[in-house]
Design a protein around this ligand. Structure first.
Ligand code: AMP
Length: 129
């Protein structure tokens, strides 16, 4: 069965898109730790990040780096953190999280954003790419 993220890639499920290439997609996490929390995924559906072939793995990190640099310009924060978990969605992904405190790195205190805010942030990050 296709993962939620594969359904986002095909457009079956909507997302707040930040960036897209032939092989990778970045979109806002729907339940963010902090404003601007972004997910970067390979379009190829592979469950675990470290099971990606070497070229896809490096490609995803390069893509994530570009998105992180744009994210830091768009969302005021001390730095952008990169986390890999994958316990909820079995489709390899990297979390990019604007960090101001250690709390932002914990997946416990979530930020509630309105639809309009998600779109504004996605557009702001995209404008720095
Ligand atoms: P994990 O697999 O533990 O790294 O967590 C998966 C992440 O994907 C969580 O932070 C969810 O909030 C996020 N997520 C799940 N479904 C969606 C969706 N449809 N759109 C955006 N983010 C999602």
């Amino acid at each position: 069965m296709a993962s939620v993220f594969s359904k986002i890639i095909t457009g079956e499920i909507p997302c707040y898109k930040v960036a897209e290439t032939e092989d990778y997609l970045a979109f806002l996490d729907i339940n963010p730790n902090a404003k601007g929390h972004t997910l970067c995924i390979p379009k190829k559906e592979v469950d675990k990040l470290f099971d990606l072939d070497e070229s896809s793995f490096h490609g995803l990190l390069e893509f994530s780096r570009k998105v992180a640099i744009a994210l830091e310009k768009a969302v005021p924060c001390k730095r952008v953190g990169l986390t890999v978990i994958g316990l909820e969605v079995p489709h390899a992904h990297v979390h990019l999280i604007p960090l101001n405190t250690m709390e932002d790195a914990r997946f416990v205190n979530k930020s509630k954003l309105e639809k309009g805010e998600f779109q504004t942030i996605a557009n702001a990050i995209a404008s720095h790419l």
